[in-house]
Structures are given as C-alpha cells and as structure tokens.
Design a protein around this ligand. Structure first.
Ligand code: ADP
Length: 597
C-alpha cells in the first residue's frame, strides 16, 4: 500500500479521499489555491502546498506544479477526485511516467478509449452493448446532421465528443436548426474540452438516467455494484441521485449491470468507473463512461456497504478485489441531495457568500460529506456545491421520510441554497412515485412553487437576515413556563420563529398564570438588584409597588410577547425599591422591570 498520497482536488471529495487514506494508514498531501488557504481539505491533510492563484487554470489544473509538489512532498500516489484533472488522460499518462508515483485511476489508454464519446460508443458496440441510436463517427457538416435527423427522426442531439455534464450538447428539433446547433456545439466542445469534434445521436424525449458503478482490478475481476438513478436533473445536471433505481425491474437491472461489465472489460479498464445509460420504454442505451469516482458514488456505498474510494486505492496498489459479484448485496435505499449554493427562486443562480450558519443534520441513516464549517466563505471561483446529504433507510418510502427529517434540520444560512427545492421534491408526487424522467424538473416544476419554497424554507426565512438584506433581525432563545421558544426579533416586533429549526409556526394562547416553579421561571432573572425583562414585550400589568415585600416565585408583572402572556416572577425574596415600568410600556430584553432593595 502507498505511504503518502497527494489529492489533486479540493472540497468534499478531497476530504473523502483523505478519510479513506487515513483508514488505510496512508499520509495525505493537500494542494490549495490562494482562495483555499483555510479550506476544509487543507485542514484535514497531513501536509499542504499552495499551487497558485484562485482560478483553477492557474492552480488545480496546473499539471506541472502538481507533479512538482508530489515530488517535493515525496508522495507515491496521486488521486484526482472528480472534476479538474480527473478525466484528463494526458495528465494520467504524465503521472504514470513519473518515477515512483502511481495514478489512482484507470490506465491512461483506457481513459483515452472510454473518455472520448465516439470511441466509447465503438467499444460498447464491439461488446454487444446497445448504444443510443446515432453515429459513432465524428460529424462535420450540417448536411450530415440533416441526413441523420431524417434517418433517426427529430429531435437529434449534437454532442461534443469530449463533453459531459450536459455541456457541448445541442438539441436539433428540425432540419433548419442543424446549421446553428452544429456551430455552437463545436464552439462549446472547443471551449470546455479543447476538442471541437462532435457526433450525432437520437435525442430521447423522456428517458431515465441510470448508471452502473464498476470496480475492476488488475487481476481480471470486473464487478458492478448495482445502479444509480440520476434522473432528477436541471438542465442535464444531476441534482438528486438514488440507489437502487425505482424504475428498473429485476431483469432490466441484471441486463444493464452485465452490459456495463462487458463494456469496460472490452476496454481493458481497471479501477472505479461509471457506465451511464438512458432508459426509455423498457429499453436501455449506453450513453457514456465516466472514468473516475463520481459525486454520487456515496449512494452506492450506502446500499452495498462497500467503500469505493478504499477499493480504488487498493486496486491502484495492485491488490485484488476482496469479493466476487455474488457477494455484492444491495440493501435498502439511499438518496443523495446536492446542497448547492444556488437560488432555486432565481433560476438556480449561484449565491456565493459567507456561510453564517452551518449545522448539518445527523442521526440514524444520515451522512453528510462536506469540507466546510460555519463562517467559511463560499467562493465564486469553484463549483457551487457546499455539501452532499446522503440518507439511507430500509425502503425508498422510509428513505423519503428520513430525508424530509434530515433536510428540515439542515440548518444553513448565508448563501441561499437548494435545500428548499429538495424539500419541495420530497412531497412531489412524480418524484415520490419514482416516475420522474430527465426532463421533468425543467418541464414540469412550477417556478412559483420554487419561489414559495425559498420564501418558506430558504436562508433568510431561517431568520438569519443573511440574504444580503440589511435587516435588523436576530434570533433569541427564551424559555416560558418550561417551554422553549426561538424568537425572531425584527424591527422591535417579536415573532415566534420556530422550534429547533423546524417549520415556522405561530403559537397563540396564554401561558399558565402564577407559574413560579423553579426552572420554569426563566423568563426573568435578577440582574444585580433588578428583575429584568428576558425578552422584548409589552407590560400588561404591574403587580407590585414600591415598599412591597415579595417572596420567591411571586408574580411581579405580566409581559406580553410572542402573542402570549408571560408571568414575570421574583427569583428570591426582597423588598421592592422602585418600579420603573407601567402598564402598556414596551420593554426590551434586559430592561429593568422591578428594582429591589
Ligand atoms: P454527463 O453529464 O453524465 O457527463 P452527458 O453530457 O452525456 O453526460 O449527459 C448529461 C445528460 O444529458 C443526461 O443525463 C441526459 O439527461 C441528457 N442526455 C444526453 N444525451 C441524451 C440523449 N441522446 N437523449 C436525451 N437526453 C440526453
């Protein structure tokens, strides 16, 4: 096994990899940009090196500097995480060539063969895996696009051969759109993937996105760990992923898993990888291979109990997979919610800013992968993902209920996030039924509902006033007759905000009068020789006057706050020296109500 591993990445995936290293006794090396000096992955690592300025092109993508750091730190392995250099076959080849450093990933030739979409389609066809109808050769002219449109029927998709994440894909709905779409797909391919090669495939109307997790060692064992359903997408980007897919029956599940195994075996692939398919009308079609660990690998880990990153490391170190296909059991259900700093009410626009509150949920079946803490700045330089919430339960139904609980307790404020969107989805009929397809969110989810969800559950709704508005809100915790309330104080008007961060609600009614028993009487305290108001409110009645002798527990006045009457009781015996308030007065927290001798 390796002694010291450099993670060529940042954020939660860097921490995830380092956690696996720690369990295997491997020392860890972080790299960071100027924007990430105090980032979570830097804190987690055993040592850390600055690789340049904030823009990724000058730091996390700087191959030469990263290799120099690996050398300087004495690292004997590099794990690329996902994104950045993870699917860069040229970088993998440079690592393979570097003396004494192992690439934790597939061989660079296999990355070449499967990472490029047209060659991947050819490899899959050779392995008898059905591919989305289309061409497996590059397409150069609008005339060819029109020919293929006639052959397969519109719409067709022009896709960048190096593309991914929905980038470099243009949909052509009729012959006259071919010209413009071709030009723009080429432009995007060139800009994002440094490759203007494009090809054409049939654009399926309402498919499911189903992908298979693969693990393959260097001793000829190729296994699949079941599938994930990533059909809940926004503009072709995954937002919620789950395992297993609610849309497959046993026969289709078996067929897809076996097809994925055949395909990667054909390419001489090793390490972890994902084979992506579209499923429509009971048929499945190969779409592409991701030659790396994926964001959503977590749900597979939760239902199989297999630590995929650990296996990546073991495979790269030349070890054998410690189990066979028959040993891979799928247990229960898991769902991953990406917690992105984006505003669902504003077309999911990114919302960089300071994480003012960050208290993720916990408890049975709840896992949070992150690399942030409260007070961190969510920088605009990198992607918008703050964390991943992964929820596991014995059935999908129970997983949804548990997810509701976990989302409800994800206490996060500062940047707006997509938590309100997730909470909306938990009660969405199509999603609950598992019938959603890749076009569902873009086509069917109502923008007004998203706005309402953000108003109800969003960052500023939590009472932080942290949405950039200069409000005067702050939260106050009070206990009245032994019951706890979170009070939102805004413009001198108190409102009951919530209990424990759960749904906002309003409490009405009267506190029981005359309550004086011990801990219950916490709405007032004696501060020096005064009884002060423990909350903002209005004086309803004053029950003592100067010269009165009072005993512990006597009601000295009644305050109205949070639409409730609250008895203010004496904490101990004494005589009243002065009463600075009278009926109808407004008082602030801390104001003296009764002064004692
Ligand atoms: P990835 O994001 O997984 O790297 P792609 O860019 O190939 O891969 O695909 C992203 C998403 O775009 C898919 O999950 C699917 O929603 C959509 N998509 C891609 N190809 C097609 C197609 N031929 N028909 C319909 N939808 C497609």
């Amino acid at each position: 096994m390796f002694d010291k591993l450099l993670v060529a990445n940042r954020g939660e995936i860097a921490v995830r990899v380092m956690q696996a290293c720690e369990e295997l006794g491997i020392d860890t090396v972080a790299i960071y940009s100027d924007a990430d000096r105090n980032a979570g992955h830097v804190e987690f690592a055993d040592e850390a090196y600055n690789v340049g300025p904030a823009p990724a092109s000058e730091s996390y993508l700087d191959q030469g500097t990263i290799l120099d750091v690996a050398d300087r730190a004495g690292a004997d392995a590099i794990h690329p995480g996902y994104g950045f250099l993870a699917e860069n076959a040229a970088f993998a080849a440079r690592v393979e060539d570097a003396e004494g450093i192992t690439w934790v990933g597939p061989p660079s030739e296999a990355m070449d063969a499967l990472g490029e979409k047209t060659t991947a389609r050819q490899v899959m066809q050779a392995a008898d895996v059905p591919v989305v109808p289309g061409t497996s050769d590059p397409v150069d002219s609008a005339a060819e696009v029109r020919e293929l449109g006639d052959e397969f029927g519109y719409p067709v998709a022009i896709k960048a051969a190096g593309g991914g994440g929905g980038r470099g894909m243009k949909i052509v709905r009729s012959a006259d759109e071919a010209e413009d779409a071709l030009e723009s797909a080429k432009r995007e391919g060139e800009a994002y993937f440094d490759d203007a090669t494009v090809y054409v495939e049939k654009y399926l109307g309402s498919p499911k996105h189903v992908e298979v997790q693969i693990l393959a060692d260097e001793h000829d064992t190729v296994l699949h760990l079941g599938e994930r359903d990533c059909s809940l997408q926004r503009r072709h980007q995954k937002v919620i992923e789950e395992a297993p897919s609610p849309a497959l029956d046993g026969a289709l599940r078996e067929a897809i898993g076996e097809a994925a195994r055949r395909g990667v075996r054909e390419a001489g692939y090793t390490n972890a990888g994902t084979v992506e398919f579209l499923v429509e009308d009971g048929e499945f079609y190969f779409m592409e291979v991701n030659t790396r660990i994926q964001v959503e690998h977590t749900v597979t880990e939760e239902v199989t109990g297999i630590d995929i990153v650990r296996e990546q490391l073991r495979i790269a170190a030349g070890e054998e997979l410690p189990f066979a296909q028959a040993d891979v059991d799928i247990n229960g259900h898991a769902i991953e919610f990406r917690i992105n700093a984006e505003n669902p009410a504003a077309e999911f626009a990114p919302t960089p800013g300071e994480l003012e509150t960050y208290v993720p949920p916990g408890g049975l079946g709840v896992r949070v992968d992150d690399a942030v803490t409260e007070g961190d700045e969510i920088a605009g330089d990198y992607d918008s993902m703050i964390a991943k919430l992964i929820v596991r339960a014995p059935t999908r139904e129970r997983c949804l209920e548990r997810s509701r609980r976990a989302l409800c307790h994800f206490d996060i404020s500062g940047p707006e996030t997509i938590v309100p969107f997730h909470r909306l989805m938990i009660d969405d009929e199509r999603f609950r039924a598992g019938e959603h397809t890749t076009d569902y969110l873009d086509r069917e989810v109502d923008a007004d509902e998203l706005v309402a969800a953000v108003e109800r559950w969003g960052s500023s709704a939590a009472g932080s006033g942290a949405d950039g508005d200069a409000t005067d809100e702050h939260e106050l915790v009070v206990e009245v007759d032994g019951r706890r309330f979170d009070v939102l104080v805004e413009d001198d008007r108190p409102r009951v905000a919530s209990n424990g961060g759960a749904d906002a609600g309003t409490t009405t009614g009267s506190a029981s009068s005359g309550s004086s028993s011990g801990a219950a009487a916490t709405e007032q305290v004696a501060a020096g020789d005064a009884i002060t108001a423990e909350m903002q409110g209005t004086v309803l009645s004053v029950d003592v006057e100067p010269g009165d002798e009072i005993g512990a527990g006597d009601v000295v006045c009644v305050l109205e706050a949070m639409k409730m009457e609250n008895d203010v009781v004496a904490p101990g015996a004494g005589s009243v020296a002065a009463v600075p308030v009278s009926e109808g007065d407004s008082v602030d927290m801390g104001d003296p109500l009764i002064v004692l001798e």
